[in-house]
Ligand binder design. Sequence first.
Ligand code: GAR
Length: 195
Amino acid sequence: MPINIAVFASGAGSNFINLFNKIASNNLNGSIVLLVSNNPNSGAVKFAKNNDICIKIINKFRYKDKTTINKEYKSSLKENKINLILLAGFMKKIPVDLIKIYRNKILNIHPSLLPDYGGKGFFGMNVHHAVFNANEKISGATVHYVNKDYDRGPILIQKKVEIQNCKGPNEIAKKVLEIEHEIFPKAVQIFLNKM
Ligand code: GAR
């Protein structure tokens, strides 16, 4: 039986789109059946709509409090019989009880060489600004298991990229994103091969 995968994404969704295409073309033993997003106007949601992927929007405008939000996460994952969650640019914190239920079954992509430039405040372009301001010559991306310690779960795969010629954070982001698109599908493959 193929593994049912949920992707959580908030933004442009390039990782989500890349995962969807690679999982389909590489004949992996899994398929993305659900997109969870807090942002109904995101590129990720648009792609899911165009590709008939079930979409669940969960945010504070739609659901009144944290308890209801947590319930919605759980019920939509249960309804879709999800056994792997991929965080692909998801900018909300995952509730601790969900992390417990999906122990070792949630993977996150982070745009730096963790543990460097991880933790509170380090997400999206913030990471690349910090890396640029610190004059780093090398950056990269990391896929790790999600546990209760933010950005500190065991690392599954990590890859470096030279950024010494980058003239600003945007250029770094572009280079790192290429690496992300390489390693996230690989990480999923490693995960699925172990199941
Ligand atoms: C990616 O760079 C991802 O690593 C980052 O957000 C971007 C989403 O891009 N995630 C984090 O910073 C999580 N801490 P995308 O929407 O094009 O996939």
